[in-house]
Design a protein around this ligand. Structure first.
Ligand code: NDP
Length: 394
Protein backbone atom coordinates (compact mmCIF):
# COMPACT_ATOMS: atom_id res chain seq x y z
CA UNK A 1 0.00 0.00 0.00
CA UNK A 2 1.31 3.47 -0.90
CA UNK A 3 1.93 6.17 1.67
CA UNK A 4 1.35 9.78 0.70
CA UNK A 5 2.85 12.61 2.74
CA UNK A 6 0.98 15.90 2.28
CA UNK A 7 2.68 18.98 3.76
CA UNK A 8 0.58 22.07 4.59
CA UNK A 9 -2.99 22.20 5.91
CA UNK A 10 -4.53 25.26 4.26
CA UNK A 11 -7.24 25.67 1.61
CA UNK A 12 -5.45 23.75 -1.14
CA UNK A 13 -4.39 20.95 1.19
CA UNK A 14 -8.00 20.38 2.29
CA UNK A 15 -8.95 19.68 -1.36
CA UNK A 16 -5.89 17.49 -1.97
CA UNK A 17 -6.74 15.38 1.08
CA UNK A 18 -10.41 15.00 0.08
CA UNK A 19 -9.41 14.04 -3.47
CA UNK A 20 -6.67 11.61 -2.39
CA UNK A 21 -9.21 9.91 -0.11
CA UNK A 22 -11.58 9.59 -3.11
CA UNK A 23 -8.67 7.80 -4.87
CA UNK A 24 -7.52 5.80 -1.83
CA UNK A 25 -6.64 2.75 -3.97
CA UNK A 26 -3.72 4.80 -5.36
CA UNK A 27 -2.76 7.02 -2.43
CA UNK A 28 -3.10 4.47 0.40
CA UNK A 29 -2.40 5.94 3.80
CA UNK A 30 -2.27 9.73 4.02
CA UNK A 31 0.10 11.45 6.40
CA UNK A 32 -0.97 15.07 6.74
CA UNK A 33 1.71 17.25 8.34
CA UNK A 34 1.89 20.99 8.82
CA UNK A 35 3.14 23.72 11.12
CA UNK A 36 -0.08 23.67 13.14
CA UNK A 37 -1.19 20.09 13.80
CA UNK A 38 -4.67 21.25 14.87
CA UNK A 39 -5.38 22.35 11.28
CA UNK A 40 -4.42 18.85 10.06
CA UNK A 41 -6.74 17.31 12.67
CA UNK A 42 -9.57 19.58 11.51
CA UNK A 43 -9.22 18.29 7.92
CA UNK A 44 -8.94 14.70 9.17
CA UNK A 45 -12.18 15.14 11.15
CA UNK A 46 -14.04 15.84 7.88
CA UNK A 47 -13.12 12.36 6.62
CA UNK A 48 -13.69 10.06 9.61
CA UNK A 49 -13.54 6.80 7.60
CA UNK A 50 -10.27 7.57 5.82
CA UNK A 51 -6.80 6.29 6.74
CA UNK A 52 -5.19 9.61 7.74
CA UNK A 53 -2.43 10.22 10.25
CA UNK A 54 -1.54 13.79 11.28
CA UNK A 55 1.74 15.30 12.45
CA UNK A 56 3.42 18.64 13.19
CA UNK A 57 6.40 19.65 11.07
CA UNK A 58 8.38 22.80 10.46
CA UNK A 59 8.86 22.58 6.71
CA UNK A 60 11.62 25.22 6.80
CA UNK A 61 13.75 22.69 8.67
CA UNK A 62 15.30 20.04 6.38
CA UNK A 63 16.35 17.74 9.26
CA UNK A 64 12.83 17.69 10.66
CA UNK A 65 11.44 16.90 7.22
CA UNK A 66 13.98 14.12 6.62
CA UNK A 67 13.07 12.54 9.98
CA UNK A 68 9.35 12.68 9.12
CA UNK A 69 9.81 11.22 5.63
CA UNK A 70 12.01 8.43 7.01
CA UNK A 71 9.59 7.67 9.84
CA UNK A 72 6.54 7.56 7.57
CA UNK A 73 8.33 5.82 4.65
CA UNK A 74 6.35 8.05 2.28
CA UNK A 75 6.26 7.09 -1.43
CA UNK A 76 5.67 10.70 -2.47
CA UNK A 77 5.70 14.16 -0.87
CA UNK A 78 2.96 16.56 -1.98
CA UNK A 79 4.02 20.08 -1.02
CA UNK A 80 1.00 22.33 -0.50
CA UNK A 81 2.59 24.50 2.18
CA UNK A 82 3.84 27.89 0.94
CA UNK A 83 6.32 28.65 -1.87
CA UNK A 84 8.87 29.63 0.83
CA UNK A 85 9.17 25.94 1.77
CA UNK A 86 9.82 24.53 -1.74
CA UNK A 87 13.61 24.29 -1.48
CA UNK A 88 13.76 22.77 2.01
CA UNK A 89 11.15 20.16 1.07
CA UNK A 90 12.97 19.40 -2.21
CA UNK A 91 16.24 18.98 -0.29
CA UNK A 92 14.59 16.59 2.15
CA UNK A 93 13.24 14.59 -0.80
CA UNK A 94 16.74 14.40 -2.34
CA UNK A 95 18.19 13.22 1.00
CA UNK A 96 15.55 10.50 1.38
CA UNK A 97 15.19 9.67 -2.36
CA UNK A 98 11.47 10.44 -2.30
CA UNK A 99 9.48 11.81 -5.29
CA UNK A 100 8.32 15.43 -4.93
CA UNK A 101 5.44 17.57 -6.24
CA UNK A 102 4.41 21.20 -5.65
CA UNK A 103 1.95 23.79 -7.00
CA UNK A 104 3.90 27.06 -6.95
CA UNK A 105 7.49 28.08 -7.61
CA UNK A 106 9.97 28.93 -4.90
CA UNK A 107 9.71 32.35 -3.40
CA UNK A 108 12.32 33.88 -1.12
CA UNK A 109 10.63 35.48 1.91
CA UNK A 110 12.56 38.73 1.33
CA UNK A 111 12.31 38.99 -2.46
CA UNK A 112 9.29 38.76 -4.77
CA UNK A 113 10.93 37.01 -7.73
CA UNK A 114 8.68 34.11 -8.77
CA UNK A 115 11.27 32.16 -10.74
CA UNK A 116 12.21 28.51 -11.25
CA UNK A 117 15.99 29.04 -11.21
CA UNK A 118 16.73 27.52 -7.81
CA UNK A 119 14.33 24.62 -8.33
CA UNK A 120 15.66 23.81 -11.81
CA UNK A 121 19.17 23.95 -10.31
CA UNK A 122 18.26 20.85 -8.29
CA UNK A 123 17.66 18.81 -11.46
CA UNK A 124 21.06 17.09 -11.27
CA UNK A 125 20.54 16.14 -7.61
CA UNK A 126 17.11 14.70 -8.39
CA UNK A 127 18.68 12.67 -11.20
CA UNK A 128 21.47 11.41 -8.90
CA UNK A 129 18.87 10.44 -6.28
CA UNK A 130 16.90 8.65 -9.03
CA UNK A 131 13.69 10.54 -8.26
CA UNK A 132 11.18 12.73 -10.06
CA UNK A 133 10.17 16.25 -9.04
CA UNK A 134 7.03 17.70 -10.64
CA UNK A 135 6.85 21.50 -10.40
CA UNK A 136 3.68 23.58 -10.50
CA UNK A 137 0.94 20.94 -10.54
CA UNK A 138 -1.89 23.32 -9.65
CA UNK A 139 -4.21 25.11 -12.11
CA UNK A 140 -2.04 28.03 -13.17
CA UNK A 141 0.72 26.90 -13.17
CA UNK A 142 -0.36 23.35 -13.84
CA UNK A 143 -3.44 22.74 -15.94
CA UNK A 144 -2.66 25.81 -18.08
CA UNK A 145 0.71 24.19 -18.98
CA UNK A 146 -1.09 20.93 -19.79
CA UNK A 147 -3.62 22.83 -21.97
CA UNK A 148 -0.68 24.32 -23.93
CA UNK A 149 0.91 20.87 -24.38
CA UNK A 150 -2.46 19.48 -25.51
CA UNK A 151 -2.94 22.29 -28.04
CA UNK A 152 0.59 21.69 -29.32
CA UNK A 153 0.04 17.93 -29.62
CA UNK A 154 -3.38 17.91 -31.29
CA UNK A 155 -4.09 21.29 -32.90
CA UNK A 156 -0.92 22.96 -34.18
CA UNK A 157 2.37 22.43 -35.96
CA UNK A 158 3.55 25.70 -34.40
CA UNK A 159 1.90 27.78 -31.67
CA UNK A 160 2.86 31.43 -32.12
CA UNK A 161 0.69 33.21 -29.55
CA UNK A 162 -0.62 32.12 -26.16
CA UNK A 163 -2.80 34.14 -23.79
CA UNK A 164 -3.46 32.53 -20.43
CA UNK A 165 -6.79 33.80 -19.07
CA UNK A 166 -7.67 33.51 -15.39
CA UNK A 167 -11.14 34.71 -14.40
CA UNK A 168 -12.59 34.44 -10.94
CA UNK A 169 -16.12 35.81 -11.01
CA UNK A 170 -16.82 34.58 -7.48
CA UNK A 171 -18.27 36.87 -4.83
CA UNK A 172 -17.49 36.25 -1.14
CA UNK A 173 -19.36 39.31 0.09
CA UNK A 174 -16.35 40.99 1.77
CA UNK A 175 -15.14 44.37 0.45
CA UNK A 176 -11.63 42.90 0.32
CA UNK A 177 -10.22 39.39 0.76
CA UNK A 178 -7.88 37.15 -1.19
CA UNK A 179 -8.86 33.72 -2.47
CA UNK A 180 -5.57 32.12 -1.53
CA UNK A 181 -2.74 33.00 0.79
CA UNK A 182 -2.91 36.84 0.99
CA UNK A 183 0.85 37.35 1.16
CA UNK A 184 1.51 35.32 -1.99
CA UNK A 185 -1.53 36.72 -3.80
CA UNK A 186 -0.76 40.37 -3.06
CA UNK A 187 2.95 40.01 -3.84
CA UNK A 188 2.05 38.56 -7.23
CA UNK A 189 -0.56 41.17 -8.09
CA UNK A 190 1.28 44.26 -6.87
CA UNK A 191 4.52 43.35 -8.68
CA UNK A 192 5.39 44.78 -12.12
CA UNK A 193 3.70 42.97 -15.00
CA UNK A 194 5.79 41.14 -17.61
CA UNK A 195 5.16 39.32 -20.86
CA UNK A 196 7.38 37.63 -23.42
CA UNK A 197 7.59 38.69 -27.05
CA UNK A 198 10.12 37.82 -29.78
CA UNK A 199 12.56 36.29 -27.31
CA UNK A 200 12.47 39.10 -24.75
CA UNK A 201 10.69 39.83 -21.50
CA UNK A 202 8.84 43.16 -21.59
CA UNK A 203 8.07 44.77 -18.25
CA UNK A 204 4.96 46.81 -17.52
CA UNK A 205 3.85 48.78 -14.46
CA UNK A 206 1.43 46.88 -12.15
CA UNK A 207 -2.02 46.74 -13.86
CA UNK A 208 -0.79 48.94 -16.74
CA UNK A 209 -2.36 46.79 -19.48
CA UNK A 210 -6.08 45.96 -19.32
CA UNK A 211 -8.14 44.10 -21.92
CA UNK A 212 -11.75 42.98 -21.80
CA UNK A 213 -12.00 39.22 -22.47
CA UNK A 214 -15.30 37.41 -22.91
CA UNK A 215 -15.23 34.34 -20.65
CA UNK A 216 -17.63 31.52 -21.61
CA UNK A 217 -20.34 30.98 -18.93
CA UNK A 218 -19.20 34.18 -17.15
CA UNK A 219 -19.26 37.06 -19.67
CA UNK A 220 -16.94 39.96 -20.46
CA UNK A 221 -14.55 41.02 -17.68
CA UNK A 222 -11.75 43.55 -17.24
CA UNK A 223 -8.55 41.49 -17.31
CA UNK A 224 -5.11 42.79 -16.32
CA UNK A 225 -1.74 41.69 -17.61
CA UNK A 226 0.40 40.14 -14.86
CA UNK A 227 3.59 38.15 -14.75
CA UNK A 228 2.82 34.53 -13.95
CA UNK A 229 5.33 31.79 -13.37
CA UNK A 230 4.19 29.21 -15.94
CA UNK A 231 5.34 31.55 -18.72
CA UNK A 232 8.97 30.97 -17.68
CA UNK A 233 8.82 27.25 -18.46
CA UNK A 234 6.42 27.53 -21.43
CA UNK A 235 8.77 29.82 -23.37
CA UNK A 236 11.40 27.09 -22.98
CA UNK A 237 9.21 24.19 -24.02
CA UNK A 238 6.73 25.47 -26.65
CA UNK A 239 8.79 25.74 -29.82
CA UNK A 240 8.16 28.58 -32.27
CA UNK A 241 6.38 30.75 -29.73
CA UNK A 242 6.38 34.48 -30.57
CA UNK A 243 4.42 35.88 -27.64
CA UNK A 244 2.92 34.71 -24.36
CA UNK A 245 0.90 36.82 -21.92
CA UNK A 246 -1.13 36.20 -18.77
CA UNK A 247 -4.34 38.03 -17.84
CA UNK A 248 -6.29 37.90 -14.59
CA UNK A 249 -9.64 39.50 -13.77
CA UNK A 250 -10.03 41.86 -10.82
CA UNK A 251 -13.09 43.69 -9.60
CA UNK A 252 -12.98 47.41 -8.93
CA UNK A 253 -13.30 46.98 -5.15
CA UNK A 254 -10.27 44.65 -5.04
CA UNK A 255 -8.17 47.08 -7.08
CA UNK A 256 -9.17 50.14 -5.06
CA UNK A 257 -8.29 48.38 -1.79
CA UNK A 258 -5.03 47.04 -3.17
CA UNK A 259 -3.92 50.43 -4.48
CA UNK A 260 -4.72 52.05 -1.17
CA UNK A 261 -2.85 49.36 0.80
CA UNK A 262 0.10 49.72 -1.59
CA UNK A 263 0.11 53.51 -1.23
CA UNK A 264 0.21 53.39 2.56
CA UNK A 265 2.95 50.76 2.59
CA UNK A 266 0.87 47.82 3.85
CA UNK A 267 2.13 45.53 1.06
CA UNK A 268 5.80 45.99 2.09
CA UNK A 269 7.88 42.82 2.52
CA UNK A 270 10.73 44.53 4.40
CA UNK A 271 10.48 44.63 8.22
CA UNK A 272 9.62 48.01 9.77
CA UNK A 273 10.13 49.17 13.36
CA UNK A 274 6.86 49.51 15.30
CA UNK A 275 6.93 50.39 19.01
CA UNK A 276 10.28 48.68 19.49
CA UNK A 277 9.25 45.60 17.51
CA UNK A 278 10.04 44.58 13.94
CA UNK A 279 7.00 43.78 11.84
CA UNK A 280 6.61 42.95 8.14
CA UNK A 281 3.62 44.99 6.86
CA UNK A 282 2.24 42.34 4.49
CA UNK A 283 2.46 39.67 7.25
CA UNK A 284 0.51 41.93 9.60
CA UNK A 285 -2.06 42.55 6.86
CA UNK A 286 -2.48 38.77 6.51
CA UNK A 287 -3.43 38.64 10.20
CA UNK A 288 -6.17 41.21 9.60
CA UNK A 289 -7.67 39.77 6.41
CA UNK A 290 -10.20 36.92 6.29
CA UNK A 291 -8.50 33.52 6.21
CA UNK A 292 -9.00 32.27 2.62
CA UNK A 293 -9.99 28.84 3.95
CA UNK A 294 -13.07 30.46 5.59
CA UNK A 295 -14.37 31.96 2.32
CA UNK A 296 -15.80 28.66 1.07
CA UNK A 297 -19.30 28.81 2.58
CA UNK A 298 -19.81 32.46 1.48
CA UNK A 299 -18.51 32.36 -2.09
CA UNK A 300 -20.91 32.21 -5.03
CA UNK A 301 -20.24 32.34 -8.76
CA UNK A 302 -17.86 30.76 -11.21
CA UNK A 303 -14.23 30.60 -12.22
CA UNK A 304 -13.06 30.18 -15.79
CA UNK A 305 -9.37 29.54 -16.43
CA UNK A 306 -7.93 28.64 -19.80
CA UNK A 307 -5.65 29.43 -22.69
CA UNK A 308 -6.17 30.97 -26.11
CA UNK A 309 -3.59 29.63 -28.57
CA UNK A 310 -3.03 30.81 -32.12
CA UNK A 311 -0.70 29.30 -34.69
CA UNK A 312 -0.38 27.23 -37.83
CA UNK A 313 -1.59 23.76 -38.79
CA UNK A 314 -0.76 22.48 -42.27
CA UNK A 315 -0.04 26.06 -43.29
CA UNK A 316 -3.46 27.31 -42.14
CA UNK A 317 -3.77 29.86 -39.31
CA UNK A 318 -6.09 28.84 -36.47
CA UNK A 319 -7.02 29.88 -32.96
CA UNK A 320 -8.48 27.78 -30.13
CA UNK A 321 -9.68 28.41 -26.59
CA UNK A 322 -9.33 25.59 -24.05
CA UNK A 323 -10.96 26.41 -20.72
CA UNK A 324 -12.41 24.98 -17.54
CA UNK A 325 -15.35 26.43 -15.64
CA UNK A 326 -15.87 25.67 -11.93
CA UNK A 327 -18.68 26.70 -9.63
CA UNK A 328 -17.67 27.88 -6.14
CA UNK A 329 -20.72 26.44 -4.39
CA UNK A 330 -20.40 23.02 -6.05
CA UNK A 331 -16.72 22.83 -5.07
CA UNK A 332 -17.66 23.69 -1.49
CA UNK A 333 -20.37 21.06 -1.40
CA UNK A 334 -17.84 18.38 -2.36
CA UNK A 335 -14.71 19.39 -0.41
CA UNK A 336 -15.60 22.24 2.01
CA UNK A 337 -13.45 24.57 -0.12
CA UNK A 338 -14.15 27.26 -2.71
CA UNK A 339 -13.16 26.95 -6.38
CA UNK A 340 -9.72 28.61 -6.17
CA UNK A 341 -8.53 25.96 -3.70
CA UNK A 342 -10.46 23.25 -5.58
CA UNK A 343 -8.98 24.06 -8.98
CA UNK A 344 -5.49 23.93 -7.42
CA UNK A 345 -5.96 20.87 -5.23
CA UNK A 346 -7.47 18.58 -7.88
CA UNK A 347 -4.54 18.93 -10.33
CA UNK A 348 -2.09 18.44 -7.43
CA UNK A 349 -3.82 15.14 -6.69
CA UNK A 350 -3.85 14.17 -10.38
CA UNK A 351 -0.12 14.92 -10.80
CA UNK A 352 0.68 12.81 -7.73
CA UNK A 353 -1.62 10.01 -8.96
CA UNK A 354 0.10 9.86 -12.36
CA UNK A 355 3.49 9.76 -10.59
CA UNK A 356 2.46 6.97 -8.22
CA UNK A 357 0.98 5.02 -11.14
CA UNK A 358 4.19 5.57 -13.15
CA UNK A 359 2.19 7.11 -15.99
CA UNK A 360 4.24 10.29 -15.73
CA UNK A 361 7.76 9.23 -14.83
CA UNK A 362 11.34 10.38 -15.14
CA UNK A 363 14.42 11.30 -13.13
CA UNK A 364 15.07 14.97 -12.49
CA UNK A 365 12.93 18.08 -12.10
CA UNK A 366 10.12 18.64 -14.62
CA UNK A 367 7.41 21.13 -15.55
CA UNK A 368 3.95 19.94 -16.50
CA UNK A 369 4.14 20.53 -20.27
CA UNK A 370 7.03 18.06 -20.57
CA UNK A 371 4.71 15.05 -20.20
CA UNK A 372 1.98 13.50 -22.36
CA UNK A 373 -1.01 15.78 -21.73
CA UNK A 374 -3.67 13.26 -22.79
CA UNK A 375 -3.79 11.21 -19.61
CA UNK A 376 -3.87 14.33 -17.45
CA UNK A 377 -6.69 15.79 -19.58
CA UNK A 378 -8.66 12.54 -19.17
CA UNK A 379 -8.20 12.67 -15.40
CA UNK A 380 -9.42 16.29 -15.30
CA UNK A 381 -12.68 15.17 -16.90
CA UNK A 382 -13.29 12.41 -14.37
CA UNK A 383 -11.93 14.04 -11.21
CA UNK A 384 -14.09 17.19 -11.15
CA UNK A 385 -12.53 19.65 -13.62
CA UNK A 386 -14.14 18.99 -17.03
CA UNK A 387 -12.82 21.24 -19.79
CA UNK A 388 -14.02 22.52 -23.18
CA UNK A 389 -12.43 23.48 -26.48
CA UNK A 390 -13.75 26.19 -28.80
CA UNK A 391 -12.42 27.17 -32.22
CA UNK A 392 -12.20 30.99 -32.46
CA UNK A 393 -12.10 33.20 -35.53
CA UNK A 394 -8.57 34.26 -36.37
P1 NDP B 1 -2.68 28.54 3.01
O1 NDP B 1 -2.00 29.74 3.53
O2 NDP B 1 -4.15 28.38 3.16
O3 NDP B 1 -2.00 27.22 3.63
C1 NDP B 1 -0.62 27.06 3.73
C2 NDP B 1 -0.34 25.96 4.74
O4 NDP B 1 1.08 25.79 4.83
C3 NDP B 1 -0.84 26.30 6.15
O5 NDP B 1 -1.45 25.17 6.70
C4 NDP B 1 0.46 26.67 6.88
O6 NDP B 1 0.47 26.36 8.25
C5 NDP B 1 1.43 25.74 6.19
N1 NDP B 1 2.80 26.21 6.43
C6 NDP B 1 3.28 27.47 6.26
N2 NDP B 1 4.56 27.53 6.64
C7 NDP B 1 4.89 26.29 7.08
C8 NDP B 1 6.07 25.72 7.60
N3 NDP B 1 7.20 26.42 7.75
N4 NDP B 1 6.05 24.41 7.95
C9 NDP B 1 4.93 23.67 7.80
N5 NDP B 1 3.77 24.15 7.29
C10 NDP B 1 3.76 25.45 6.94
O7 NDP B 1 -2.26 28.45 1.44
P2 NDP B 1 -3.09 27.79 0.26
O8 NDP B 1 -3.59 26.46 0.67
O9 NDP B 1 -3.99 28.80 -0.30
O10 NDP B 1 -1.92 27.57 -0.83
C11 NDP B 1 -1.05 26.45 -0.77
C12 NDP B 1 -0.06 26.52 -1.92
O11 NDP B 1 -0.78 26.48 -3.16
C13 NDP B 1 0.76 27.81 -1.97
O12 NDP B 1 2.09 27.46 -2.34
C14 NDP B 1 0.12 28.61 -3.07
O13 NDP B 1 1.01 29.51 -3.69
C15 NDP B 1 -0.28 27.50 -4.03
N6 NDP B 1 -1.34 27.87 -4.98
C16 NDP B 1 -1.17 27.49 -6.29
C17 NDP B 1 -2.12 27.79 -7.24
C18 NDP B 1 -1.98 27.27 -8.63
O14 NDP B 1 -2.96 27.34 -9.40
N7 NDP B 1 -0.86 26.72 -9.04
C19 NDP B 1 -3.32 28.59 -6.91
C20 NDP B 1 -3.47 28.84 -5.48
C21 NDP B 1 -2.47 28.52 -4.57
P3 NDP B 1 -0.43 27.14 9.34
O15 NDP B 1 -1.73 26.44 9.26
O16 NDP B 1 0.28 26.93 10.62
O17 NDP B 1 -0.47 28.57 8.89
Amino acid sequence: MNKTLIIGAGGVSRVVVHKCVQNADVFGQIILASRTKARCDEIKSELPDADIVTAAVDADNVDELVALIEKTKADIVVNVALPYQDLSIMDACIATKTPYLDTANYEHPDEAKFEYKLQWARDEKFKEAGIMGLLGSGFDPGVTNVFCAYAQKHYFDTIEYIDILDCNAGDHGYPFATNFNPEINLREVSANGRYWENGEWIETKPMEIMQVWDYPEVGPKDSYLLYHEEMESLVKHIKGLKRIRFFMTFGQSYLTHMNCLQNVGMLGIEPVEHQGQKIVPIEFLKTLLPDPSTLGPRTKGKTNIGIVAEGLKDGVRKKIYIYQVSDHEKCYEETNSQAVSYTTGVPAMIGAKLMLENKWSGKGVFNMEEFDPDIFMDELNTQGLPWQIKELEV
